[in-house]
Design a protein around this ligand. Sequence first.
Ligand SMILES: Cc1cc2nc3c(=O)[nH]c(=O)nc-3n(C[C@H](O)[C@H](O)[C@H](O)COP(=O)(O)OP(=O)(O)OC[C@H]3O[C@@H](n4cnc5c(N)ncnc54)[C@H](O)[C@@H]3O)c2cc1C
Ligand code: SF4
Ligand code: SF4
Ligand code: SF4
Length: 436
Amino acid sequence: MNHLCMGCGICAAICPHEGIRMRFSQTYGCYVPSVSFEECEEGCGVCARACPFAPDNPNTVDVTERLFGEKQDIRHDDVLGYYLQTFAGYSAEHRLKSASGGLLTRMLESLLSRGEIDGAICVGHDPGSPTLFDFRICSNAEDIRSCSGSCYQPVEMSRALRQVLDHDGRFAVVALPCTARGLRLAMEENPELRARIRFILGLVCGQMKSRHLVEYLSRNIAHREFPTEVSFRLKRLNRPANDYAFRLNWKDDYLDIEKNGRARLWGERWFTLEACDYCDDVFCECADAAFMDAWLPEYTADPLGHSLVIVRNEVLLGLLNQVDDPGLIIDRIDPGKVILSQAGVIHQKRRMAAYRPVPVHSKHIPRLRMAQWKWRPDYALEAWMKSRIRCMTEYGVHGNTGSGAHLVGLMSSAWNMVKTFIELAAHVRRIMRPRA
Ligand SMILES: Cc1cc2nc3c(=O)[nH]c(=O)nc-3n(C[C@H](O)[C@H](O)[C@H](O)COP(=O)(O)OP(=O)(O)OC[C@H]3O[C@@H](n4cnc5c(N)ncnc54)[C@H](O)[C@@H]3O)c2cc1C
Ligand code: SF4
Ligand code: SF4
Ligand code: SF4
């Protein structure tokens, strides 16, 4: 299969001969497809045509033009993708347990209660899964609510999608940008899937972590065995919304780890899947609506969180425009502010893409949209350093040897020194530059 596979499971769901199984790789810390050549006598190619990382498949621009390009009143921005309207707000009833403002869970519940869908495919806790999370079909509001929150661990959707293919009904699926594109490609291949998936609700995504992240947190920070449950978005009511914690749970105990205290793991892309380095979709452009954190100063001060939403579908727009609901606190927001809220992710996915080294085992990589900025040595260094750290954490901080961890620590410290120097130089340049 594809060398940039991120283990979404769409190929396994769509194979007409059920010739692909998803298995969990302890080495990579994510799911990988395994093909049974006995079952795959036909070589029909359906699996490859639905893969979001197959280099010759339609890219985000091709898919979204076909989906939204002809819609009335739709607007387009190079980074946001197509959009009808952009909103900021929260659902008072949902946001405490949700990742951001709870608008996604609320939208799923509204779609279900209005009979627009028969079920929602979400990600929830699953102690039996190697990553402690799994996709499932929720057919009532309680199930949907139990899935709120963010899962920064690999999950695969072959089982849930096969259930959709086996049963008549209309569903909404929650998906990351890569998975949303894979779903659109699969829906083009399979008319049943096309008829049954009514809405794709997308999440903005900066990166996905392998299971090695939780192995690292439990072994190196908590000094305990692998936990029985993890929550990645624990809100702390005396802190700003972006100062949240991870909670690792064991049967008899738990430990809260401040995310900001471990910011390096995110900023330096420790344990990030390789596919994420070759992904240019920030705002889940193939989804009917995209949800994200309101990372803007006017919202982060509120510890309970706000969501920003980009809407591309009229039914969903109608739901958000309802003003008769006192629990739904929502306002239109300038699209430019939505872009501003994701400046860091845009930097990684659209700017760094131009500097990333081609993978050593490269065959092809998908066609990426890269911003045409002037070449800068500090960006080139950043891209190189982060891709090295990512590669090392893909295998290095694994098992109990700790040798990989030592090397990653050294790289990380060197990078932080260089970064401080670059920031200082930029500051001095700003001061010295003559004012116009
Ligand atoms: C891997 C990942 C990276 C993200 N990166 C960013 C980012 O860089 N910037 C940003 O602003 N926002 C990011 N988000 C989105 C953000 O964390 C919230 O999920 C989003 O704002 C929706 O919040 P909410 O309160 O409206 O949704 P909630 O009410 O919390 O509902 C969230 C829904 O998403 C589903 N879900 C959770 N994890 C996954 C998953 N891995 N795959 C599919 N469905 C899932 C849940 O089952 C639930 O139905 C990311 C989310 C994920 C999972
Ligand atoms: S080529 Fe066709 S039959 Fe073979 S694994 Fe892929 S989808 Fe299945
Ligand atoms: S469809 Fe998903 S699981 Fe299958 S090869 Fe592509 S990325 Fe991997
Ligand atoms: S960064 Fe891209 S490839 Fe990685 S999980 Fe997010 S959407 Fe998928």
